[in-house]
Design a protein around this ligand. Structure first.
Ligand code: 8IG
Length: 279
């Protein structure tokens, strides 16, 4: 892979996040950020509804961040002012328009670098969104689903050393309940991360079902683990952009993902906006 040495996270990923947070303060003029959102496949168009953009720059401006390789993943970071509800002060949100995926081959430290940087910049809440395949009968493309728990099939971890981080209730019950106050129709389900970049075979989709998963994707679990390690509260929301392989008789394609995102951007933006006001 053709990557310049500065563009991937080096020996100490925690120190690299501290360095990136220093640069982030310079780029945004904000001493701290309160909440971070990672906008996955299909979510980028929803970001525009989230408040007043104070700064926007390419992720590559931060040390340790290669540009995302996926169409629809813009590779930008936005610092946004969120007006406080009922008299509480404004909050600053850090919005990652796109992410680096595990399958891109830059290593797990690079995958979670944004989340670690956000935590180092002060974010106590991290919202992870993704586009994924859905397994539950009745779900339709464009439907958001809260992540209740995950199964990490990458067989990897972002944690370095013998740090036995507890993942009970990794996906905050409090934040899921807050989401359902905003939209009582939201379902929740277990997310299964496959390595990708190929989609699953129908047999693998069946395996995901058997082991208790109803959402299949290629992101989120490693970031969630890193966020928890860093002490942040995690909210995960999947956008079911397609029914999982073998469920419709049609092949999967990435364009359908982007289309589902565009079609549901307004709903996702409104949902996230109301959740951010209450966090
Ligand atoms: I969007 O069906 C999207 N991402 N693994 N499977 C996996 N990842 C996905 C899918 C899917 N849809």
């Amino acid at each position: 892979m053709n990557v310049s040495p500065q563009s991937v996270v080096s020996a100490d990923p925690y120190a690299a996040a501290q360095d990136a947070a220093v640069r982030l303060r310079e780029l945004t003029g904000a001493e701290r950020h309160d909440v971070a959102l990672v906008m996955g496949s299909g979510w980028v168009p929803a970001a525009d509804a989230l408040g007043e953009t104070v700064a926007e720059f390419a992720v590559t401006e931060l040390p340790g961040s290669p540009a995302p390789a996926v169409a629809g993943h813009a590779g930008k970071i936005r610092s946004v002012r969120i007006p406080g509800s009922d008299g509480s002060g404004d909050k600053r949100a850090l919005i990652f328009l796109g992410r680096n995926h595990y399958y891109e081959g830059h290593g797990v430290a690079t995958v979670v670098h944004g989340v670690r940087t956000a935590a180092a910049a002060g974010c106590k809440t991290i919202v992870l969104t993704n586009g994924c395949g859905g397994l539950r009968q009745g779900w339709v493309p464009g439907q958001p689903v809260l992540i209740s728990d995950h199964i990490n099939l990458t067989a990897d971890s972002p944690i370095v050393g013998a740090n036995f981080v507890d993942l009970t209730d990794l996906y905050s019950k409090r934040l899921r309940e807050l989401c359902r106050e905003v939209d009582p129709s939201l379902d929740e389900a277990v997310y299964v991360q496959f390595r990708g970049p190929h989609y699953e075979t129908p047999a693998e989709v069946n395996m995901a079902r058997v082991i208790g998963g109803e959402l299949v994707g290629m992101s989120t679990t490693l970031e969630a683990i890193a966020a928890r390690e860093a002490g942040a509260e995690v909210l995960g929301i999947s956008l079911v952009t397609n029914l999982a392989a073998g469920m419709t008789g049609e092949p999967l394609n990435h364009e359908e993902v982007l289309e589902a995102g565009k079609a549901s951007a307004e709903r996702m933006g409104a949902l996230l906006g109301k959740v951010l006001e209450r966090i």
